[in-house]
Ligand binder design. Structure first.
Ligand code: NAD
Length: 481
């Protein structure tokens, strides 16, 4: 599994199944070795236009059974090539081998669940003879695919899973989709397209275009044949899309700044385990990573020690080493930014307990205690393996107020056994999810997922909800005597 031994991949775009190249290319760099491991075409707006036009011209006639078989075959192929995909994910993202294998397993679930849900018809029937004005009729609902094409744009932090959360529900609902993966990790998405074609997907139903967002990003969000833009990524780009997409349905899954809340009755060992895992898995690059730990003063000294002990045990290093727990972050620039933010928090009064010693894009788990809740480190989304402890007053009122004090509202984790606390957190935290005794990122690939406030417009993802947002509900009515 020597990275240097891998050949450089010169990939082409997949446009309705055709391999399409351009003169200008984008380099894909391994963040650990700093070597170019592949190149992909830099699409121009006309390539994007062509992809949408070809997709629009095709109407899928696949039955539910046929779609199910394609999705389940895809799941099986991914399971059999799990290690091949994990190698590619690690090579282009720097995520460690353990994280990449986990990612490949999650993608299996996405296709498997989509396959299982494809055969379920959620049509409803309304009898009309239910009021004094009623008639002897029935109204029926049915879901139809979009008339136009789905435009999907994905981030770097889950090169396979995030892409799958766009593609699988699109296939399940008989839609056509054009996907633009991030320019940082496009190779996994291209390899996935080949798996889907191999599994029997009509190539017109899926195109992958690659390139620099500043030259072809707007083409993805303004194409006249795009009915819906589904975007996962930063708040900045999400708001740019919202301002420019015009009359299209928008599904925006944006950044997070999720708290893990530790109350005075919590089992502190268990809470420390969740804090460290939640903040460092996937190199801390999850929208739902633990980005702030709100611990009540009464138990903060003991809790901080337990966190420190666990963080020290994590191994940070060569992402291909199977014993490594934390690989690199996406690039050196990101690591430098975390270093600066931690440094600024320390100037604001925080105590650095461990880490913050960067080597290139390797940024180790970093424990910072006494972080002011107004510090940039925890007010903004810090997308790396920082474990910041914010000490909060011993009253639930203050905990909820501080938790709700950022612009984000994605998810949360809560460590307490008190039912009175739990019900208040579930009712009063302004977030999409409250996980009691779990990390904020806990979910299954099928359950509804997504945030409010700056984290999203409220449309949920997760296979089942995505299938709903990718369809139109049509009603028809019949006389029924
Ligand atoms: P990003 O916003 O920088 O990029 C995301 C995608 O948008 C990339 O494909 C990029 O090329 C594209 N893009 C950039 N500018 C564009 C433009 N002007 N027009 C069209 N497309 C454009 O995000 P990132 O750094 O790749 O990912 C990290 C972010 O994603 C974090 O904020 C994280 O929280 C968020 N995220 C959210 C979720 C969720 O479900 N809520 C899941 C994963 C990641």
């Amino acid at each position: 599994m020597n990275m240097q031994a891998q050949a450089v991949r010169h990939e082409k775009m997949r446009i309705a199944g055709a391999l399409v190249d351009t003169d200008e290319r984008v380099n894909v760099v391994n963040p650990y070795t700093n070597k170019v491991i592949g190149t992909v075409p830099a699409a121009r707006p006309e390539h994007v236009r062509d992809a949408f036009a070809r997709a629009k011209a095709f109407k899928s006639k696949l039955t539910r059974y046929e779609r199910q078989q394609i999705l389940l075959r895809t799941a099986d192929i991914l399971a059999s090539r799990k290690e091949e995909f994990a190698r590619l994910i690690t090579a282009e993202s720097g995520l460690c081998w353990k994280d990449s294998l986990y990612e490949a397993g999650r993608a299996y679930d996405v296709y498997s669940f989509a396959g299982q849900l494809t055969i379920k018809d959620d049509s409803e029937v309304f009898s009309c003879d239910i009021s004094p004005q009623g008639k002897s009729r029935k109204i029926f609902t049915m879901r139809t695919p979009l008339l136009g094409v789905i435009s999907a744009i994905t981030p770097f932090n889950h090169p396979l899973n995030m892409v799958s959360h766009k593609i699988a529900p699109a296939i399940a609902t008989n839609n056509r989709i054009i996907l633009k993966p991030t320019e940082l990790t496009p190779l996994t998405a291209l390899a996935l397209a080949d798996v889907l074609y191999e599994a029997g997907l009509p190539p017109e139903m899926l195109s992958i275009v690659t390139g620099n967002p500043h030259s072809m990003g707007d083409a993805m969000i303004t194409d006249p044949d795009a009915d819906l833009v589904t975007f996962t990524g930063s708040v900045r780009v999400g708001k740019h899309i919202a301002a420019n997409a015009g009359y299209k349905r928008l599904v925006l899954e944006l950044g997070g700044n999720d708290p893990l809340i530790v109350m005075e009755d919590a089992d502190l060992e268990k809470a420390a385990e969740l804090a460290v895992l939640g903040a460092t898995k996937n190199s801390g690059q999850r929208c739902t990573a633990v980005k702030r730990i709100l611990c009540v003063e009464a138990v903060a000294d003991e809790f901080a020690e337990l966190v420190l002990k666990r963080a020290r045990k994590l191994k940070c290093g060569d992402p291909m080493d199977p014993s490594v727990d934390v690989g690199t972050v996406i690039h050196e620039g990101a690591a430098k930014e975390f270093e600066r933010r931690v440094g600024d928090a320390v100037k604001d009064g925080a105590h650095l307990l461990h880490g913050n010693d960067r080597q290139g894009a390797l940024y180790p788990p970093t424990v910072v205690d006494h972080v002011p809740y107004t510090s940039e480190l925890v007010l903004q989304e810090t997308f790396g393996p920082v474990i910041p402890i914010i000490r909060v007053p011993n009253d639930i009122e203050s905990v909820i107020r501080i938790s709700n004090s950022t612009a984000f509202g994605l998810s949360s984790g809560v460590c307490t056994n008190r039912l009175d606390y739990i019900t208040r957190f579930v009712n009063e935290l302004d977030v999409g999810t409250v996980n009691v005794w779990e990390v904020p990122g806990y979910r299954i690939e099928m359950s509804p997922f997504g945030g409010i406030k700056d984290s999203g417009l409220g449309y949920k993802e997760g296979v089942q909800e995505a299938m709903k947002s990718f369809t139109n509900v049509k009603t028809y009515s019949l006389p029924w005597s």
